[in-house]
Write a protein that binds this ligand. Structure first.
Ligand code: 26V
Length: 826
């Protein structure tokens, strides 16, 4: 067996077997006559966990002893994916485990598939949080993730008759071996009630109801450094005292029912990304995370070394030197106010000092410019649920507007624009609160950060230019290369060593091999084998047939109009028409793969899925097409499916309208795995282009500036429609029911919106250039060697997009903590 990390192998195999058998017996309580595959999965998971726990405990001890500044990442979403292979790789025990299971007649890969994935996120934002936890542990930071332990993560998507159907995903049906509940750290969270003036002139929040937050900790192992950090997820538990009155009045059943309703707070992840519904349950979730986490953070500070001197009043002056809180979008923005409340009402600090400490502790990352995604809470709802917090926001706003007024005394309009509490719209603006309550604000790609400063946060940038930064996103090279594409990882390692695993910039050494014929062939072989593996998987699990000899042209991401899956669909229809019109022409074989979930309430997005599925059907039923074109929509795209698709990608579709995709991260994953990008100058595509050079990427379409000018001048969809015969034909076919003969008007809304002059995503404006870019793709693909050389150059240029690089930048520019490559003792 080849090991790229030179782990002593057989030494541990016997031990793995022993521990495995012990767990099967003592933990699972089964023998091999009755054990199921799932029991075996659990036994091996507990076995791996055993290797982890002493490192986990020691990491905590070490962080207590050194008392370095702690980083707290607060996020409503963590799209973790499966833990087993990640833990094995990071601990360096995958070879021994593999071998031990093999000797016992079990297959590790099959068992891995039985782990239900922790899909506690929607899309890019939640996956980014997971990548960052991995990098923070790998860089030896004393870092904690805080989030919610939803009973139900993102829904399971089924495609039935071409329509998306949502099903609950009960990921906790079997006990989860990776989490440990910590009832001793239960935290009370309060809602409702009112605020009174206390005797000593202080504000007092009274008559609230209490829900308890139960922490569940999961281990976050660093790569090969014996660090194991913690992700703490809170679960709602009814307070025992909850509605005592009902119990006493004899209404026992109702009292118990109400208890369970307070536990609804962490029942389910909100499945819309980029749409703020303003629902009270969501506000309760946000406060639940924030209040439990900030209380926990303060409690840890009080228990920390500098505060252990007995009988001494805890001094909060040093708090910002000991804790950094990063807000993953505005979702945990209430942290600003909760920290203020705890410092003032509980710890008795003065307002000015509390605000100073709060600002120096908190920093904020924005992930979207889409207006419908920016969180604004109705004042009434907010005030009723969190009366004390509303007062504090009022104070913060007054303080903030005072500063604005001093800087621009005459500018009444600016004051109106910049108010956190909008009395006209009757809304609290969480984005503005986050900026005002933070010392640093960042976007997630250079272009996005620039747009933040020139659009939605312009006034705030002018007020505090020093706060604004860029932190281009990154992905973890462990999950997104080493684990998901082991053959490519091995091949790279044979050329440049294994340093790239923790220093991805080293991939640039691969440039030396761009003309190496053997290397080119090896890269081609690995890609082909990955495509074969994906094809087999799809055949087995979805009964989908695809041909590994065709080009895999892939757009997998959340379904959203701005991401323009519909533009891709128009292109597919045109390719189909071209083949039909010219059946003898020699064209490359393409498999066009779509995947992604639509928010359950997002009608247009769901109709686009149906259209793609119907086009796929028409294409596959047409005998003229043969194996030149296949279109598939893959069900239930998420982290685990991504790990199978991404290594097999030839062409990565990144085609959002310029200015709308904050960064994108699937673009980075595909690049790292040797996929070439066809994309607009949007989000991180711009930086991908910079890194790899414009000859090695297929860019097309309006730039942000051109989008802006076109909008100014007036976008006229009909112009494009009338002037491009192929485009016209494709749209007419949708209109005339070519893809929906059983219901010819099924897609009329799509056709109508495409032709509207204010169609927000300007699909038709980019169609022609998109088609031309695809022709360039086709040309290049015909020359296998030239194509593969560009794949190599893309891999070699992917170093910047490591989440290790991103976390180093956060550490230096925002958190003021120092990464280390020092290993803890094992
Ligand atoms: C907003 C809301 C509004 C309230 C209801 C629930 C909810 C959930 C998510 C969001 C905003 C999500 C924003 C987001 O996911 N942005 C994506 O972030 C990625 C990581 O930075 C980035 O790569 C993507 O371009 C960006 O769309």
């Amino acid at each position: 067996q080849i090991s790229i990390r030179g782990i002593p192998l057989l030494e541990n195999v016997e031990e793995v077997k022993k521990v495995f058998n012990r767990h099967l017996h003592f933990t699972i309580v089964k023998d091999r006559d009755v054990a199921t595959d799932h029991d075996y999965y659990e036994s091996i998971a507990y076995t791996v966990r055993d290797h982890l726990v002493s490192r986990w405990i020691r990491t905590n001890q070490y962080h207590f002893e050194t008392d370095q500044k702690r980083v707290y990442y607060l996020s409503l979403e963590y799209h973790m994916g499966r833990a087993l292979s990640n833990c094995m790789i990071n601990l360096g025990i995958e070879n021994s485990v593999d071998e031990a299971l093999y000797e016992m007649g079990l297959n590790i890969e099959e068992l891995e598939e039985l782990e239900s994935e922790a899909a506690l996120g929607n899309g890019g934002l939640g996956r980014l949080a997971a990548c960052y936890l991995d990098s923070m542990a790998t860089l030896g930071l004393s870092a904690y993730g805080y989030g919610l332990r939803y009973d139900y993560g993102i829904f399971a998507q089924k495609i039935e008759d071409g329509y998306q159907k949502e099903y609950p995903e009960n990921w906790l049906r079997y006990a989860c071996p990776w989490e440990i509940s910590r009832p001793e750290f239960l935290v009370p969270v309060q809602y409702y009630g009112k605020v009174i003036d206390d005797k000593d002139g202080k504000k007092k929040w009274v008559e609230y109801i209490t829900v308890h937050a139960m922490p569940y900790d999961s281990p976050i192992p660093g790569y090969n450094n014996n660090v194991v950090n913690t992700l703490r997820l809170w679960s709602a538990k009814a307070s025992e005292k909850f509605n005592f009155a009902l119990f006493n009045s004899g209404d026992y059943i109702r009292a118990v029912a109400e208890q369970s309703s307070s536990e609804d707070i962490t029942r389910v992840l909100y499945p819309n990304d980029d749409f703020d519904e303003g629902k009270i349950l969501r506000l309760k979730q946000e406060y639940f995370l924030v209040s439990a986490s900030v209380q926990d953070i303060i409690a840890r500070y009080k228990r920390s070394k500098i505060n252990l001197k007995a009988d001494q009043q805890v001094d909060f002056t040093n708090f910002p030197d000991k804790a950094a809180i990063q807000l993953n979008d505005t979702h945990p923005a209430l942290s600003v106010v909760e920290l203020m409340r705890l410092l003032i009402d509980v710890e008795n600090l003065g307002w000015d000092q509390a605000f100073d400490i709060t600002k120096r502790t908190i920093a904020f990352t924005n992930h979207t410019l889409l207006p419908e995604a920016l969180e604004k809470w109705p004042i009434d709802m907010f005030q009723k649920l969190l009366p004390r917090h509303f007062q504090l926001i009022t104070d913060i706003n007054a303080h903030h507007l005072d500063i604005v007024q001093k800087k621009w005394p005459e500018d009444k309009e600016r004051m109106k624009r910049m108010t956190i509490i909008d009395d006209e719209a009757k809304k609290v603006n969480m984005g503005y609160l986050s900026v005002v309550g933070s010392h640093a604000v960042n976007g997630v790609a250079q272009m996005h950060s620039d747009l933040l400063k020139s659009t939605i946060m312009k006034d705030f940038y002018e007020l505090n230019p020093e706060k604004f930064q860029n932190k281009t996103n990154g992905i973890t090279p462990r999950r997104w290369l080493l684990i998901c594409n082991p053959d490519l990882a091995d091949l790279i390692t044979t050329k440049i060593g294994e340093g790239w695993i923790t220093d991805l910039a080293q991939l640039k050494q691969l440039r030396d091999y761009v003309d190496d014929e053997q290397f080119i062939r090896d890269i081609q072989r690995v890609k082909f084998e990955n495509k074969e593996r994906l094809s087999k998987f799809l055949k087995k699990n979805f009964n989908v047939n695809i041909n590994p000899n065709s080009m895999f042209d892939v757009q997998v991401k959340r379904l959203h109009e701005y991401k323009r899956q519909l533009l891709n669909c128009l292109r597919v229809i045109t390719v189909y028409n071209r083949i039909k019109a010219n059946p003898d022409k020699d064209v490359i074989q393409r498999t066009i793969i779509f995947g992604g979930k639509a928010a359950p309430g997002y009608k247009t997005a769901k109709l686009i899925i149906k259209l793609i599925c119907n086009v796929a059907r028409t294409v596959s039923e047409d005998p003229v097409i043969g194996d030149r074109l296949r279109v598939v929509f893959l069900e239930n795209y998420g982290v685990s499916l991504a790990e199978k698709i991404i290594p097999a990608v030839d062409l990565s579709e990144q085609i959002s309208l310029a200015g709308l995709e904050a960064s994108g991260t699937s673009n980075m994953k595909m690049m790292l795995n040797g996929g070439l990008t066809i994309g607009t100058m949007d989000g991180a595509n711009v930086e991908i282009c910079e890194e790899v050079g414009k000859d090695n990427i297929f860019t097309f379409g309006l730039t942000y500036k051109e989008v802006d000018e076109l909008r100014e001048k007036g976008y006229n969809a009909k112009d494009y429609y009338e002037h491009n015969a192929e485009l016209k034909q494709a749209i007419e076919q949708i209109r005339d029911g070519v893809f929906s003969p059983e219901d010819p008007n099924l897609f009329s809304d799509i056709v109508k919106s495409l032709l509207e002059s204010d169609e927000k995503f300007m699909l038709l404006a980019d169609y022609e250039e998109y088609m031309k870019a695809h022709e360039r793709v086709e040309q290049l693909y015909k020359d296998g060697t030239e194509w593969t050389k560009k794949c190599i150059l893309n891999i070699a240029a992917a170093g910047k997009f490591s989440s290790d690089r991103a976390i180093r930048e956060y550490a230096k520019d925002i958190w003021n903590v120092t990464p280390t490559d020092k290993k803890l003792p094992s």
